[in-house]
Write a protein that binds this ligand. Sequence first.
Ligand code: MG
Length: 410
Amino acid sequence: MKIDENTTVAVLLVAAGRGSRAATASDTSPKQYRTIGGVSVIARSIKVFQDHPRVGPVVAVIHRDDGAAFTEATGEAGRDVATVPGGATRQASVLCGLEHLASLPAPPDIVLIHDAVRPFVAPSVIDDVILALGDSEGAIAALPAIETLKTETENGHIAKTVPRAGVWSAQTPQGFHFAPILAAHRAAAESERSDFTDDAAVAEWYGAAVRLVAGNRDNVKLTTAGDLASADRRLKMEALMHMADIRVGSGFDVHAFVEGSEVILGGVAIPHDKRLSGHSDADVAMHAVTDALFGALGDGDIGSHFPPSEPEWKGAASRIFLEKAVSLVQERGGGIAHIDVTIICEAPKIGPHRDAIRESLAALCGLAVERVSVKATTTEKLGFTGRKEGIAAQATATIRLPFDDGAADG
Ligand code: MG
């Protein structure tokens, strides 16, 4: 078969297993629906193939009781995936999936059969399996055996050492020209053979030549509760490493009192016998927080992003400034870890409004309120704040950026 951009490639994800070996006391759901690193195993597997440019439809063979579990576990990724109820064995389930593909108006040229519990298959391995089908009816991802192999006696002793040269362990995906693998599976079912543990074994039995393609070591079959736990740990650690460029910025601002009836601090209006004067709404606390974020990003300050010379910012709600700084953190792929602001004035009293200010800033920054600190102090009647001429505020912001963000290399 000539493999080119017109070759159609379908994927059959085998996900009908009950996964009893992975059950824990608290979770007996099938392992393909468990979450590792915040995303279900099956959604990860689907996404690898959906993101692959050569792969067309993805079909999942699932247990007939698992429709709701599938929808819940796959969300957005699952919407374009047709599901087919499986059979009593893995082999029977694959045949159900193949018959579904055969019933389509245009069955695929090639089918890749993949265990849903192997979410770490490398895209390059998928490419290699597809390419190998250019001169072979079947091709599977596999790894050469690296450990010394033994067979055992009935009493648990070694019977003998098996030469490992030329011995491979089979992974998935296992790719086949569609028509012959369908014929092989149908013939196996008709012969009442139900003991094949992979699809290559069905093809071999049917007389097809199946090529071995080097798989990737990460492409493990998540089988036990321990496998799931260690994959979960690894993914969480990778996410943490990815956001390891931690930066702290500081901000400082002052606004003077003029005649008025309230001040706005951190987006909260506080009754007072004066107001703060400024080009915008003069929210001195929010300005300090915003400049702290710009500082953490190393990206100018409020004045450079919103020049006071431009009349459109006159009387503007300061939340516009803060929202801009927050969106710049997000655009860099980062997140805010913590905000700490100190408001410096003799009056008004901040204490009664502290929680409202925390909640207001937390909402604007997309943070839990526990990650926002608001403190207040006087200056013991010293200086301009002591003379009640205005309010000062200083803030620090801690943000996390991706470790590969340019300047991290320096
Ligand atoms: Mg200001």
